[in-house]
Design a protein around this ligand. Structure first.
Ligand SMILES: C[S@@+](CC[C@H](N)C(=O)[O-])C[C@H]1O[C@@H](n2cnc3c(N)ncnc32)[C@H](O)[C@@H]1O
Length: 192
């Protein structure tokens, strides 16, 4: 098997073994029925026209081939959603602050089978659950740094909210020994 790496961003392809090509998932530079299989891992939720990209994946795969997509459940890392809403709420003086951005919500593990079924006869979901146990607030705070641009758009005071989150997580770890985050991702195996 000879893998080919595709991404819309040239920078992402820098460290990927050759051959690679810059390509938009909604317009793949491949002939119809030309590949044995395709992987679309944690990326379809970024694509502007998701149905068009799914159509392209179905087009380029040979009959009998397989497409495997992956994404997150809407319930993935819910503890971080609650932490952000509580911290922002405390800072803003309201019950609950605005929900943090969820990139995968456009193609969640719950919605994906229906979207993929438009092009594939069989779509099997394989759930991949896990737990992250954090024993210091630092990894949570480092993760929250990625909310900065989004928080500004929603008038959430970023630094204060992150500091409040640090207090909440530290108190939680002191009481329970760890702050646990439930993860739920999954694979969608598409054939037919
Ligand atoms: C979360 S990363 C996942 C990367 C990789 N598949 C992995 O599992 O590590 C999402 C990737 O999708 C790419 N992407 C976003 N929109 C795209 C599009 N329309 N066509 C192709 N790639 C796209 C981004 O450049 C980024 O590299």
């Amino acid at each position: 098997m000879r893998p080919l790496g595709l991404d819309v961003s040239l920078g992402i392809l820098a460290g990927v073994p050759r051959p690679v090509a810059v390509a938009d998932a909604a317009q793949l530079p491949l002939a119809s029925a030309s590949v044995d299989g395709a992987l679309a891992l944690h990326m379809l939720y970024h694509v502007e026209d998701i149905p068009a990209a799914i159509k392209e994946l179905a087009r380029v795969v040979k009959p009998g081939g397989v497409v495997i997509a992956s994404t997150n459940s809407a319930r993935d890392k819910a503890e971080l959603d609650h932490l952000w809403e509580r911290s922002a709420g405390d800072v803003l003086g309201v019950d609950k602050g605005p929900a943090r951005i969820s990139l995968s919500a456009r193609f969640s593990l719950e919605q994906a089978p229906e979207l993929l079924a438009a092009e594939f006869g069989k779509v099997e979901t394989i759930e991949l659950p896990g737990t992250i146990a954090v024993r210091s607030p630092e990894p949570v705070i480092a993760h929250m740094a990625s909310y900065r641009a989004w928080a500004g758009q929603h008038a959430v005071p970023f630094e204060e909210t992150v500091e409040r989150a640090r207090e909440i997580v530290s108190e939680h770890i002191e009481r329970k020994g760890a702050f646990e985050i439930g993860c739920l991702g999954g694979l969608l195996v598409c054939t037919g």
